[in-house]
Design a protein around this ligand. Structure first.
Ligand code: F6R
Ligand code: MG
Ligand code: MG
Length: 374
């Protein structure tokens, strides 16, 4: 018999298994299929709690359990849920039905099979605030700027300056997703080196953030985790953007919820948007605006705020559903308009290196034989 962990695991697993119209949003019917399946698994105690949301055309499963990260039962449950939703999507004639289920059959872990995954196993504090961020029409590197600002920028996070329990800073785990390597770096000591890497957001991505040793929190349990799956690397061709997700803990020795959300007041430019081929501003929106309509965008982020207790979720609070974000949304709409005026020109269109992973090389291929030497 397996020993139940004292710790709680939060697993946020997502996939695009069909949407309407085109790549805009996930209809209620699909969320209902997912909810029914997860409800069954909550009843039989495979999971402790769950929520089903959508970020644009992505179906998002937030699950809590005692099985740790990379658990085959939990990943199998997610895969099974996506398959059932994909079946419904096919029946309904939804667009891209089953799109992100890149493998024919589940083989123990959804990593490398299409879905995106952010998971953390933690020792719950007496009160545990958790924010789940879910983006659509962009790539994992879109989280570099906001996560850096939450945990390392004193102009964003007042606690880094004025709260002794944050003053020592944090450890960043950064992945080179081209070379499949990682490095752990300390902030603030190595802040410039961290930025030297993560400013190149299509290659270097923040995977996790940890507390430093000697503080209130266990240094081996993440306080933030981001999904880093790259679809084109799995499929070997363009099949849509990766649409990353992240889980961030807050308060009591960590950035306050307001400091966790604050970076999103700046609608920074991310790559993705139409055909995964354009730079555009990320727009923080409430759940009801989680649908990408203008030029299949602009890229969006929703944030679901919870309190976690003994693996049970209270919430979500739809934390971008506040007029305090209207200015950002307006700014983002203005930037979207400005970028759109460039049409097919860079830097609205992605730089050539990044276009390698889109459908553009197929167009170049056709032109190849027309070129003559000069
Ligand atoms: C972006 C995205 C959409 C599609 C676009 C073309 O991540 O999913 O912008 O790339 O709508 O889609 P297809 O090729 O399916 O017609
Ligand atoms: Mg889609
Ligand atoms: Mg999507």
């Amino acid at each position: 018999m397996s020993v139940m962990s004292e710790k709680t695991t939060i697993s946020l697993i997502k996939a695009d298994v069909g949407s309407l119209p085109g790549h805009v949003t996930v209809p209620e019917e699909l969320k209902k299929v997912a909810t029914t399946n997860l409800q069954k698994m909550k009843k039989n105690k495979t999971i402790l709690d769950f929520r089903v949301l959508n970020a644009g055309d992505d179906l998002e499963l937030i699950m809590t359990h005692k099985k740790g990260v990379d658990n085959d039962k939990i990943h199998g449950l997610a895969w099974d849920t996506f398959e059932k939703a994909a079946k419904k999507a096919k029946e309904m004639g939804l667009y891209g039905a089953g799109q992100d289920l890149l493998a024919d059959a589940f083989s123990g872990n959804v990593r490398g099979m299409g879905p995106g995954v952010a998971e953390m196993e933690i020792t719950e504090r007496p009160a545990e605030p958790v924010i789940a961020f879910m983006m659509d029409k962009t790539e994992p590197g879109a989280f570099n700027l906001p996560i850096f600002r939450m945990f390392a920028d004193p102009f964003n996070t007042a606690g880094l300056v004025i709260d002794p329990s944050l003053h020592n800073g944090f450890v960043f785990e950064i992945w080179d997703i081209m070379e499949n390597k990682r490095v752990f770096m300390n902030s603030p000591e190595e802040m410039y080196d961290i930025l030297a890497l993560i400013g190149g957001k299509s290659r270097f991505v923040i995977k996790r953030v940890f507390p430093k040793k000697g503080g209130k929190l266990p240094p081996d349990e993440p306080v933030a985790v981001i999904s880093t799956e790259k679809l084109y690397k799995i499929a070997g061709e363009y099949v849509g953007k990766d649409d990353p997700v992240a889980i961030v803990r807050g308060q009591s020795g960590l950035p306050a919820v307001g400091e966790v959300l604050e970076p999103f007041a700046f609608p920074h430019l991310v790559s993705g948007w139409m055909r995964g081929s354009h730079n555009g501003p990320i727009m923080p929106v409430p759940f009801r605006y989680s649908q990408c309509t203008r030029f299949d965008g602009p890229p969006r982020v929703i944030a679901a705020g919870f309190q976690l207790k003994n693996g049970v979720l209270a919430g979500p609070a739809d934390v971008f559903d506040d007029p305090a974000w209207d200015y950002t949304r307006q700014k983002s709409a203005e930037i979207a308009e400005y970028m759109r005026r460039h049409g097919p020109f860079e830097p609205h269109r992605l730089p050539s290196e990044d276009m390698e992973y889109t459908t553009l090389p197929k167009v170049f291929k056709k032109l190849e034989r027309r070129f003559e030497k000069i």
